[in-house]
Design a protein around this ligand. Sequence first.
Ligand code: SF4
Ligand code: SF4
Length: 279
Amino acid sequence: MKLAVLSGKGGTGKTFTAVNLATVAEKAVYIDCDVEEPNGRLFFKPVDKTESVVATPLPTFDAKKCTGCRKCVDFCRFNALVFIKDKPKVFAEVCHSCGGCSLVCPAEAVMETEKPVGVVECGRSGNVRVVTGCMNLGEASGIPIIEAALSHAATDEGLVVIDCPPGSACSVMESVKYADYCILVAEPTAFGLHNFKMVHELVTLMEKPCGVIINKTDGEYGAMEEFCAHHEIPVLCRVPYSEKLARLGSSGQIASLSDEETAKLFRGLLTSVSKEVCA
Ligand code: SF4
Ligand code: SF4
């Protein structure tokens, strides 16, 4: 079973949920696709780590073959090419490695080199294999790193938990693509509801079944529950606002390892989600 854990905005409790879900499973693979700020590993503190570089193609130009027709520059939708002294020049930082310039070149003057864009780190923490995608600073897109990280999602290792990037951009779509079920983590505030609506719309468009976890709830803001009831979104569990959980989180501890109440809550969540997926 592959579960994607999403939230409309950062700081909602997405990584808290993903890390605890993987921890209470008998066996799990945790994949951090929040490649700009991967922090699940701060909780897991994985050992026996290995690292592989993720690289994408970057165009280079053969000055002898290039006729200066500009077709490649006109084609590039990312404005990654400019024309200087009758020859194309690429800005590596904004090139999305789409390969289009090579396809449109009539003179076969475009070649490709490999550009490192990030790494995928693999390690182990107890019953969890921890896979972390990390994007290099200043890169335009995290998609290649997310793809590389998700290639480690072997379901024969039990539960796969995908910690998605926050928001509802294309990197989130890529992270969710192969998930069987989406867990939407939301906080019961006006800002939380606003962003939750966007991420709910995204998974609905992608036709992914989903349920919600209301995190840090204190019962004071009812609009989140009303929205879920109105749209028939199952509320899988409610995590109460707790100073104890906040303290454990801020010190980089996995709550369900030291707090039986939290472990029970996440075991219950895993059971509810398994029933939803099998239904
Ligand atoms: S590979 Fe795509 S994004 Fe990069 S320069 Fe060529 S057309 Fe532009
Ligand atoms: S399309 Fe090919 S020939 Fe034309 S400017 Fe670009 S590299 Fe040169």
